[in-house]
Design a protein around this ligand. Structure first.
Ligand SMILES: NC(=O)c1ccc[n+]([C@@H]2O[C@H](COP(=O)([O-])OP(=O)(O)OC[C@H]3O[C@@H](n4cnc5c(N)ncnc54)[C@H](OP(=O)(O)O)[C@@H]3O)[C@@H](O)[C@H]2O)c1
Length: 353
């Protein structure tokens, strides 16, 4: 029996996680939390907003599924890692912002960090049981979002409603906008760096419009292993929650005989500068990824509220990264200060956008 605490239970990942948990008698939902929506009756222990580590303390789960959106997920990530409680991580923002601290907590706690992001779950599975010296590089795939193929000029007038329609995945609003700007792939690049310990120059991003190949790992002998499946988050959620058993899911198998074309091409970094900005922030390290994430969260919120244009999101993130005095991320207080400062700088930049 695995006792699961589900944070972000009302969201896209949260609802799919409940479906998985309900279909497996060996999984028990002991605690559930949201930011504002009611969660009464979903689990024996529930909490709306506030400090989610209080709920985790009361629940003492075997697994924390962190499916909160944004930097707000950080305390729960660190709580689980520090205590050696298995962490099924959908909340990529916490690992991006606090990668070094999270890895140190993982080391001290001795638990498992199981990625739920589909690309990272794919890499994790392709790497399982293989020596790090055999790995040449990782390849993360990006659908390209709804504006794949558009030029920067064509992106100037796109609306939130257009950006909120994702071609292959049905997700919450923040990650959907991040997918449209390719900031999501930038966050995933940093997430992959911390999860798999590879330098950025050995992590490649390619556009793959149908999202059937979730990631590839290239090995030193010239072989590349890929993870394939229709885009359906229930697969990585189930994999993380039932690890290492790989329980059955209701997901339909790939129809290969029906014709499956796999197309890949390079991302357009001029039209989608947030991917390059994320790579720069990741390579800079320290508090830079935290600042990138915070400024992006503010800019995405403002775009959804129609206060800025789509193309301003990257400008605001770039301005925050340029203006701020970035340093090594030594402790959580330093990250909280960086997050707050980047939000303030980004908020200032909104008025000039
Ligand atoms: N959706 C996907 O397919 C997908 C795929 C890969 C990775 N992810 C990652 O998974 C995370 C969740 O994504 P999502 O698409 O499920 O988002 P979502 O649908 O917007 O759901 C977000 C969840 O977080 C909760 N929440 C927001 N702020 C909170 C706070 N301050 N404290 C506690 N809970 C809070 C929300 O509660 P309320 O409903 O009460 O606001 C909701 O339950 C993100 O980090 C995303 O990048 C998602």
């Amino acid at each position: 029996m695995k006792r699961i605490a589900l944070l972000g239970a009302t969201g896209s990942i949260g609802r799919q996680a409940i479906e998985i948990i309900d279909s497996h008698p060996e999984l028990e939902l002991v605690a559930a939390a949201s930011g504002a929506q009611p969660v009464d009756g979903i689990a024996p222990l529930t909490q709306v907003g506030g400090d989610l580590t209080e709920l985790l303390e009361r629940a003492q789960p075997d697994v924390v599924l962190n499916a909160v959106v944004g930097f707000a997920g950080l305390p729960a990530t660190l709580w689980a890692l520090e205590r050696g409680v298995d962490l099924a991580l959908a909340n990529k923002e916490s690992l991006v912002a606090a990668g070094d601290l999270a890895l140190a907590a993982l080391e001290r706690g001795g638990g498992r960090l199981l990625p739920v992001d589909s690309e990272h779950s794919a890499v994790f599975q392709c790497l399982e049981g293989r020596g790090p010296e055999t790995v040449e590089s990782l390849v993360l795939t990006a659908s390209g979002g709804p504006f794949r193929g558009s030029t920067r000029e064509e992106l100037v007038d796109v609306t939130p409603n257009e950006a909120l329609v994702h071609p292959t995945w049905n997700m919450g609003p923040k990650i959907t906008i991040d997918s449209a700007t390719l900031a999501n792939k930038g966050l995933e690049l940093i997430e992959a760096h911390f999860l798999f310990g590879l330098p950025y120059e050995r992590i490649e991003v390619v556009v793959h419009p149908t999202s059937v190949v979730h990631a590839l790992v290239r090995f030193r002998d010239g072989a590349a292993l890929a993870h394939l499946g229709y885009p359906d988050m229930r697969v990585p959620i189930s994999y993380a929650l039932t690890y290492p058993e790989r329980a059955a899911t209701p997901v339909v198998p790939l129809d290969l005989a029906g014709g499956l074309t796999l197309e890949f091409h390079a991302p357009d970094l001029d039209a989608f500068p947030l991917l390059a900005l994320a790579r720069e922030a990741g390579e800079r390290g320290g508090t830079a990824p935290c600042a990138f994430n915070a400024a992006n969260e503010v800019a995405v919120g403002a775009f959804i509220e129609e206060r800025i244009r789509f193309v301003d999101i990257a400008e605001i993130v770039a301005a925050a990264l340029e203006t701020m005095d970035l340093s090594p991320a030594r402790d959580v207080d330093e990250l909280l200060a960086t997050d707050a400062e980047a939000r303030a700088v980004a908020a200032g930049a909104l008025s000039r956008a």
